[in-house]
Write a protein that binds this ligand. Structure first.
Ligand code: PLP
Length: 391
């Protein structure tokens, strides 16, 4: 299929990639012991520290997807019967809670209504009521596009329960939303290659604080995972950072070359410029949504993520009606995934090069969405706003 005929992939990940990233992803077979690969891997590990804002956080770059990061955090940090507080803003918060339970955690779910996030006072109250080994927070829950207040959550945890670990699911946030790992006191950030990091799916990225690594060292019980065990990967990560290949399990060589290329471009722009670009792009998307007379699922602008936008459809229009009309205009968007409400909204991703490069992807997407909505019968005039469905 010619790339010209291809529809733009504007879902909340995987995202559009630069030609340089695509080329890096299709390099010939290369040994994982090759010095060229060791150099690229080492630079990826170093670069990820800059992306999340840490000096001594330990990156783990392992073949897998974002979900493997959940398994890594749960398997390494949580022992049978330990309490974990999950701040759940939707589908992915629920998934992370399930994953924690899989490894024996006693999970308390602090849920927000769709489109909302927990008040910090609620988090503080939960932390006063019980001692938790860890608190998890999805920085952006991709089911709603709601942005969590990670800085505020870290502050509350440090005030109320300083020993509690803060685990951030940054799969739909890292490199799009500001996060300052050391300054905020984050213990673990979990992400993946295929979202704002701008490369193909296939790389699980986790950064763990030294404090989190000490927690693993002082476990009473054995880590109930083999592939996801940090003790097995730590020597490998340290070795590659020293440009000396070491084997535990085969790294995804081409996916790491691709991630190396996208990181090079992100770091050349600088993190603050990258965050600003995502902020501007998201503001443009929200302005369009407003001009269509529609509402975002995130209930107010301060709760809207800069990585993606979830948009309530007008009464009588379902995601299944809209998405093929968008596709016919050359843009792939995503439907909803919140249980019971999935058909009532759709989602647009605006991460990576669609935010940081002047490539017209977002303008094309917004024009296609406007036309597709009109074809669904929406009169695009900023009169008579639609209301979000009753929950
Ligand atoms: C917030 C969030 N967490 C976790 C995941 C799981 O990541 P993956 O699909 O790469 O396993 C996703 C996937 O979209 C996500 O958006």
């Amino acid at each position: 299929m010619s790339t010209n005929a291809r529809a733009l992939c504007m879902i909340p990940g995987p995202v559009e990639m630069s030609d340089a990233v695509l080329a890096a992803n299709s390099t010939p077979a290369t040994a994982h012991t090759d010095p060229v690969f060791a150099e690229a891997f080492g630079q990826v590990l170093e670069g990820l520290r800059t992306v999340v804002g840490t000096k001594d956080g330990q990156p783990f770059v392992i073949a897998g997807s974002g979900t493997l990061g959940w398994d890594q955090a749960a398997a390494n940090l949580i022992e049978e019967g330990e309490a974990v507080l999950v701040l759940s803003n939707g589908y992915f918060g629920e998934g992370l809670a399930d994953c924690m339970e899989t490894y024996g955690a006693q999970v308390t779910r602090l849920r927000a209504e769709p489109g909302q996030r927990q008040a910090l006072a609620e988090v503080a109250q939960a932390l006063r009521a019980k001692t938790y080994k860890a608190v998890t927070v999805s920085q952006v829950d991709t089911s709603t596009g709601v942005l969590a207040d990670v800085k505020g959550v870290c502050e509350v945890v440090r005030e109320q329960s300083p020993a509690t670990l803060v685990i951030v699911d940054g799969v739909c946030a890292t490199a799009a939303e500001r996060l300052y790992f050391d300054a905020w006191g984050v213990d673990v950030v979990i992400t993946a290659s295929q979202k704002a990091l701008g490369s193909p799916p296939g790389v699980s990225v986790v950064v763990a604080s030294q404090r989190a690594l000490r927690v693993v060292e002082t476990r009473k019980t054995r880590v109930a995972a083999y592939y996801a065990s940090w003790a097995r990967w730590l020597p490998v990560m340290r070795a590659y950072e020293a440009r000396a290949p070491k084997y535990f399990a085969t790294p995804c060589v081409q996916a790491i070359f691709a991630l190396h290329t996208s990181l090079r471009d992100i770091l050349a722009d600088g993190m603050e410029a990258v965050f600003d670009a995502h902020e501007r792009t998201a503001a443009k998307v929200r302005a369009a949504v407003d001009s269509w007379g529609l509402k975002t699922v995130a209930a107010e602008p301060a709760l809207c993520s800069n990585a993606m936008t979830a948009i309530w459809l007008p009464e009588g229009v379902q995601a299944a009606d809209l998405l093929p009309k968008l596709k016919a205009r050359g843009v792939v968007a995503a439907g909803g995934i919140l249980a019971g409400l999935a058909h009532r909204y759709f989602r647009l991703g605006h991460m990576g090069i669609s935010a940081t490069r002047d490539n017209g992807n977002v303008d094309k997407t917004l024009a296609a969405a406007a036309a597709a909505l009109e074809e669904c019968g929406l009169v695009l005039k900023p009169t008579g706003r639609s209301s979000p469905p009753r929950l």
